[in-house]
Structures are given as C-alpha cells and as structure tokens.
Design a protein around this ligand. Structure first.
Ligand SMILES: Cc1ncc(COP(=O)(O)O)c(C=O)c1O
Length: 435
C-alpha cells in the first residue's frame, strides 16, 4: 500500500487507485540482471513479461549497453526530423534494418513508440492517396480485438470500445471488422470491406498475432489478407510491434508471407527496451510517390527525438545479436521447450487449457472445468499472486501471456513453470471466483 499524498508519478493506463492499493515502495525496481528484475527490498523477480514485452535481451545485455555508452560519448543527441544532418549512426541503422526486412520495404521512418508509428502508418497511407490522386480513400480498416496503441488515431485503430468511449472524439475514419479466427476463410472480412466500399479504404492494419489472444500466426491467412488488400488497391499494414525483432524467432512474421505488406510497424524489442525506439518500414512504391511532394513540408509527421542516435546505437547492437549464428533458431527452440514444460506441468489440470503461441510469444489458456475462460479479473489477481511468488507476468481475458526475455535459459523456464504451477493451484483453491 502506498500513501498517495506522497506519490507524484502518474502512470498511463493503470488506474492510480489500483496501483496505490497493490503496490508498495519496496516493489519499486532498482536493478536487473539477465532475466530478473530486482526491487528496492532486494527481491528478485523472474520477468516473464520482459518489462512491457520489450526487454527482449534481458537486463544485462552488455553489447547494447556498451554501444549506447560509446554513442553517448560521441554524439549524445540528434534527429531525423529536419535539416541535412541526420546522425550517421541512424543512417547506418536504417540500412541495417532495411536489409533484414522483406526487400520491397526499403525505407525506414524512426520514432519512439509503437503508437506513434501506427499513427504514422495510417497518416502516411492517407497522405499517399492525396499525392496520387485518390483523396477519397481515407478509411482505415482494423480488426476486432486489435491493439495498436493510444493517441488520436492509434486509439481509433485499437478495438477497445471503452477507450473510444472515454477518449471521444477520436479519429473517425476507422472501421473495425470481425477478426478471423486462425484457419478461417477471409471471405467475411472482404465482404465487410466491400460493403464499406473498398475504393474508400486506404489501409488495412493487422497484428500477425493478436496480443490479447496469442494464437500462433496463421501465415496462409495473413498472406491471403495481404493479397486481398492488394487486389483492391488497399495498403496492407502489418503491426509487428510485438511479433517483430525476434520475439517469434524471426525478424518479422511478414517475411514468411507469400507477398510482403506495404508497411511494417516495429517497436518494443528493437532496442531491447533500452531506449524508446520504434520504426515504420515503408514499401518503395509508397516512398517513391512521396519523395518530391508538391507541398513544402513533405509528409507532415514527425517528432523531435525521431532517429535519436542512442536508440540507433542500441538498435544496431540488438541487430547484431539477433543475426548472430543460431540466435533466432535458439529462440524458436526455447519457445518449444517452454511450451513443452508448461504442457507437461498442466496436463489434465481442470483449470488450465492449452499453450498457445509461437517462439517466446506464448499464452497459457485458463479455463474452468465447464470450459469457460477465467475472467480478466481472475487472471489479473493470479498475476498479483505470481508477483508475490517472484514471477512477473501480464494478464489478458482467459489467457496468461508469457513473454520472457529471448535469452531465458532452460533452467529459468523450469523455474517459471514451477512457480506458475504452485501459484495457479493455490489461487484456484483460495481465490478463484465461481462463475
Ligand atoms: C501490436 C501493438 N501495436 C502497438 C503498440 C503500441 O506500442 P507503444 O506502447 O510503444 O506505444 C503495442 C503495445 O503494446 C502493440 O502490442
């Protein structure tokens, strides 16, 4: 419990009353090493949520720290927002990143957050239409259940009615259509787009793996989604803020699609979480149409710290690790090992279902014996019980997301599963609310 009169930080999404009730000054983090975060009281927590799914290389990744220290000494700040002096390291980072993405996506726009970049994707799509004589295409289609961040357009893209209701008015030209379940035919999605009027739609944005569901990516379905967009002249935007930069054991899910999307949004793990860094990769055909626009400022979107050299230095060091021999294969293998340990530990458990996901983007289904999922409130309280047992997790509706650092060891996976099994059992006995 915290005395609110002495606590001056105001957090984003957390209701402050909940935070003050459930936190304690002892819980404030002061350190971290490897897969563990350390609080003020000296307690170590196995961080199975990688902070906010972004500390992908753990808390003591020396090559990233060292690259940032060197950059701090050489050029501690800079921007790509205006003028002729982009930081050299940022230019080099853009080249390196583009080299790891589908070859048609050769232009990288840097920013600081995933939300900033999903908004940039939507605005860029609309700007491109104005520049290419299709100003009527303004509508963006997103999928039910989607999370694309917060902000005037990002909140509109996110399919959470409560965010819309309490932030209204948000950008209006977004329509959500029902997300297809994995394996489903896309005809209903395109029927909905055709009903809206495909020639009014500028872009479709989608997460290859929805963060609130955590099903493994359905590559065939995603390929069909991109193809269907292309047939209708619609930009396909893959939001890979969560799935990108190694999380599923690949640089992106998009690289596995039959044809690449027109834009890819990246964030979270790009800097290993050591600097606020996000990126929008843009197809050459969009960039080429905008390179010399008939308006004074070009694409009117940018912020002071875009392309910051500390982020670029961190990003370059992260890419070096992701591309080192066997690293991404190792992530897939570790994901399989963790999934197998979870499956074994919870086999036949009356309150736990299957393990979902791929790579180290996993979710443990929580369901009652009658088959209904645990309420989000129960998963939230299980999270608190895990925290008290030394394990940090996220929470979602009927599923416990597990996204540890990509560098987690097999022994740490075993520790994670042991703590989780013990805590789930205790929670089910002591606290689980009956339906
Ligand atoms: C798929 C996806 N898109 C966008 C965002 C927003 O990113 P940020 O929190 O950096 O603004 C998130 C964050 O969780 C995300 O998971």
């Amino acid at each position: 419990m915290i005395d609110g009169s002495k606590y001056h930080a105001w957090h984003g999404i957390t209701p402050m009353a909940d935070f003050l009730r459930e936190s304690d000054p002892d819980l404030f983090l002061v350190g971290g090493d490897g897969s563990y975060a350390v609080d003020q009281a000296g307690r170590r927590y196995l961080d199975a949520r990688s902070s906010m799914w972004n500390v992908t290389l753990g808390y003591s990744c020396e090559p990233v720290k060292e690259a940032m220290r060197r950059q701090l000494d050489a050029l501690p700040s800079g921007t790509v927002m205006r003028y002729e002096h982009p930081p050299l390291v940022t230019v080099e980072y853009a080249r390196a990143l583009a080299g790891l993405l589908p070859p048609t996506l050769g232009r990288i726009r840097f920013g600081n957050t995933g939300s900033q970049m999903t908004e940039a994707a939507g605005m860029l799509s609309r700007f491109h239409r104005r520049m290419t004589g299709e100003p009527g295409r303004t509508r963006i289609v997103a999928l039910s259940g989607a999370y694309h961040g917060t902000g005037p357009l990002a909140t509109a893209l996110t399919a959470e009615q409560i965010l819309h209701d309490w932030s209204a008015p948000v950008d209006g030209h977004v329509t959500h259509v029902p997300a297809p379940v994995p394996g489903a035919d896309l005809a209903p999605v395109f029927a909905a787009i055709d009903r809206i009027g495909a020639d009014q739609v500028t872009a479709v944005i989608f997460e290859p793996v929805q963060g609130n569901l955590l099903h493994a990516a359905d590559v065939e379905q995603l390929s069909a989604l991109v193809r269907g967009c292309r047939e209708r002249g619609i930009h396909a935007v893959a939001d890979e803020v969560t799935t990108g930069a190694g999380r599923v054991g690949a640089m992106t899910v998009s690289e596995r699609l039959a044809e690449p999307p027109d834009m890819i949004v990246l964030g979270k793990g790009l800097s290993g979480g050591y600097f606020p860094l996000a990126a929008l990769a843009v197809a050459d055909h969009i960039f080429d149409a905008l390179a010399d626009p008939p308006v004074r400022l070009g694409f009117p979107n940018g912020s002071t710290t875009d392309g910051h050299p500390l982020g670029a230095a961190a990003g370059l060091a992260v890419l070096e690790i992701l591309t080192s021999a066997g690293f991404l294969d190792g992530v897939r293998e570790r994901g399989r090992q963790l999934a197998a340990l979870l499956t074994e530990a919870f086999a036949g458990h009356p309150h736990v279902g299957a393990v979902r996901g791929e790579g180290l983007l996993l979710g443990l289904e929580l369901r009652r014996p009658d088959g209904t999922g645990w309420s989000v409130r129960d998963v939230y309280r299980l999270r608190l019980a895990c925290r008290d047992a030394g394990l940090l997790t996220s929470y979602a509706d009927g599923v416990l997301p597990l996204l540890p650092p990509l560098t987690i060891s097999v022994d740490e996976c075993a520790e994670l599963v042991t703590i989780l099994r013990r805590t789930v059992d205790r929670y089910v006995t002591d606290q689980l609310t009956t339906p």
